[in-house]
Design a protein around this ligand. Structure first.
Ligand code: ZN
Length: 148
């Protein structure tokens, strides 16, 4: 199971995505000053109260209160999951979606075990000091053959 998608990537993705392009493919947008407007795709209306802001990178409907980023637009309109929407937009932006490493991943469990066995052999080593994160780092280095 992949780890969660880091927030900094989500921020970068939203910043690099042209929300007007994403929404404009699905809803006919009309330029209105600095923003774009359309009849809202989320509720039934005859006069446009749905606006898209390319500078703020979000949409807002004054009629029904729909509001969000390109990610939430894809989720609401296309029925995508959060991860699907992120992957779709990342593909458009030419980015690869990173996943935070999952602490319950078997490799981490293995490294934890490996470093603990090193500590048993040499309890006063620097492996014994530091938190779990350092142990995992040390474990990676030891496995890669880096002298400590
Ligand atoms: Zn609306």
């Amino acid at each position: 199971m992949p780890g969660r998608i880091p927030q900094h990537f989500i921020n970068e993705l939203v910043a690099r995505t042209d929300i007007v392009e994403v929404i404009g493919k699905r809803v006919p947008l009309r330029r209105a000053g600095h923003e774009f407007s359309a009849c809202c795709p989320f509720h039934d209306e005859k006069t446009p109260s749905f606006t898209v802001s390319p500078t703020k990178q979000f949409y807002h409907c004054f009629g029904c209160g729909a509001h969000g980023t390109a990610i939430s637009f894809l989720m609401e309109r296309e029925g995508m999951s959060f991860v699907e929407a992120v992957e779709d937009l990342a593909a458009l932006a030419g980015l690869t979606v990173p996943h935070d490493s999952d602490p319950t991943h078997p490799v981490h469990a293995f490294l934890e075990h490996f470093v603990k066995s090193l500590i048993r052999v040499d309890p006063r080593s620097e492996w014994a000091a530091g938190g779990d994160e350092q142990r995992v780092t040390v474990g990676h280095a030891a496995l890669a053959g880096v002298p400590q």
